[in-house]
Design a protein around this ligand. Structure first.
Ligand code: GLN
Length: 512
């Protein structure tokens, strides 16, 4: 059996028993990357030499019987949004194309101290804004199930590399669905933890009150293993929760007795694809046959979730992205070109005799900010900055941003009420399976609507997971989403594992 066919949990066991080495395992995955990533484009950079050196070091330490971390010798890929002092962090943006962080994000530091082998950095929508990875400034990523289709986004690279067997584990981030949606479209497991469960220190900020880091893997047990390694309180992040981290993977096979699953009435609306609805309803039957009770619930404010998200997220983004001005951070425009531009404009105004305009002409500094930002950011990021700056501006603040915060509270209250009656909420991840590359380019609103089922969990701060629950007639994966109350990742994972134990969807391999 090829090494890359074992799960992360199995590989960890083989490593611990000395039946395989981390160098052999890492080499097998690097080979798979070399064989397939030309077609898929999941990785922005593969750090093969560093990964092999690290694997060799871990093998040596194991031979010398030195203590090892929880993920010792296992390859992990990291979305290019988390700072790592040993490599660039581009966020899929020209703005940060040459940025090298001086420090490690807490998640990266925890992976290193768990003795994971970091394989490289995965592609993403620029600053995590998007749902198809097409907003990356660097390359397209293709869905391993159909190369003409998107892997989803913004963690498209993170999902595609797991789906294609290029790594057993990968790290993504989820502000409005960016772990769960690509996981769903690529047929892998992706978990967005409770807000505050995983440290955001060193995660390049998009919308700070919504951003969370989480695991992607080929099955729920592996996702649980990775979550354990990265979760937990961090004094460097003021919003990090000081709550104990259960050993999710140890308990995961224990089925939940008396499980009550809520099905949201508002989820089954006209936009939902028939094949997806069918797959989700069949998943509910599976739960029922395992003794769970299914109860219809209502989240009356969920119809406002996308609108609310697209006020709050851009507002926070416009503030967070103010730091990229070519001075504090990021790309700075060419000085010579800037001065040429200034001189040309001055000359034009002089010859037009426009003294007033000449007096008020933007000086070099303002011009430098403007040009640097114009060159460094792509169109979607600019759109978000403008939307956000508008929603926060005097006169509109109350009408948009403040109102958004109020609706956000109502959305959270709907969930609180629902979780009085049920333990988990089950439903679709997306209304459609993976769409064609280019299909939604030029239609930002259509792209925003893809987030229909995922943004609520971020607005309410809840954990959510996407897991494979079937395929369309044309062979595209379908995802099932489960959501749980805050800090109930144990219930979420055990509930997901129950379904996984009864089905085979997660075992299907991509045709490549
Ligand atoms: N698609 C959503 C957006 O573009 C979610 C992105 C994310 O979760 N990072 O904002």
């Amino acid at each position: 059996m090829s090494l890359i066919n074992s799960t992360a949990t199995e590989a960890l066991d083989l490593l611990a028993k000395g039946q395989i080495t981390s160098v052999a395992l890492t080499s097998a995955y690097l080979q798979r990357i070399a064989d397939t990533d030309d077609q898929i484009g999941a990785f922005l950079r593969v750090d093969a030499d560093a990964a092999l050196a690290r694997a060799a070091q871990i093998d040596q330490r194991r031979q010398a019987k030195q203590p090892l971390g929880k993920l010792a010798g296992l390859p992990v890929a990291v979305k290019d949004v988390l700072c790592d002092s040993q490599t660039q962090t581009t966020c899929g943006s020209q703005m940060l194309a040459s940025y090298r962080p001086p420090y490690d994000a807490t998640v990266v530091a925890r992976l290193k101290s768990a003795d994971a082998v970091l394989l490289g950095r995965t592609n993403m929508d620029e600053f995590a804004m998007g749902g198809s990875t097409e907003n990356s400034a660097f390359q397209l990523t293709r869905n391993p199930w159909d190369l003409n289709r998107t892997p989803g986004g913004s963690s498209g690279g993170a999902a595609a590399c797991v789906a294609a067997g290029m790594t057993p584990l990968s790290i993504g981030s989820d502000t409005g669905g960016s772990i769960r949606q690509p996981a769903g479209l690529c047929g892998v497991v992706g978990l967005k933890p409770t807000y505050g469960r995983v440290s955001r220190y060193g995660l390049v900020a998009f919308a700070s009150s919504l951003d969370q880091v989480g695991p992607l893997a080929a099955n729920t047990t592996d996702a649980a293993l990775l979550l354990e390694a990265i979760a937990g309180h961090d004094t460097q992040d003021a919003t990090s929760l000081d709550a104990p981290v259960p050993r999710f993977s140890a308990e995961i096979d224990r089925p939940l007795t008396g499980l009550r699953i809520g099905v949201v009435r508002e989820h089954f609306t006209t936009g939902l694809d028939g094949e997806i609805e069918h797959a989700v309803r069949r998943a509910l039957d599976v739960y029922q046959s395992q003794g769970a009770t299914i109860k219809e619930i209502s989240l009356p404010h969920s119809k406002y979730a996308v609108a609310t998200y697209y006020v709050i997220a851009p507002s926070e983004a416009s503030s967070n992205l103010a730091r990229y001005d070519g001075v504090h951070y990021g790309h700075r425009t060419d000085r010579a070109e800037l001065l040429d531009e200034l001189a040309t404009e001055q000359k034009e105004l002089e010859s037009a005799g426009d003294r007033e305009a000449l007096k008020n002409i933007d000086n070099g500094l303002v011009r430098m900010y403007r040009r640097s930002r114009a060159e460094g950011f792509g169109p979607e990021v600019k759109r978000r900055i403008m939307l956000g700056a508008y929603a926060l501006s005097a006169g509109y603040y109350d009408a948009y941003y403040l109102k958004g915060l109020k609706v956000r509270r109502l959305i959270r209250q709907d969930f609180d009420a629902a979780f009085q009656q049920v333990d988990l909420i089950a439903g679709p991840v997306t209304a459609q399976a993976a769409f064609k590359l280019g299909e939604m380019a030029g239609d930002p609103l259509a792209m925003y609507l893809v987030d229909l089922y995922t943004v609520s969990a971020n607005l309410a701060g809840l954990p959510g997971i996407s897991l494979p629950c079937g395929f369309t007639q044309s062979g595209l994966p379908i995802g099932l989403q489960l959501q749980a109350p805050p800090l109930a990742e144990d219930t979420l994972l055990r509930g997901a594992r129950m379904y996984e134990q009864a089905t085979e969807w997660h075992k299907k391999k991509v045709p490549i």
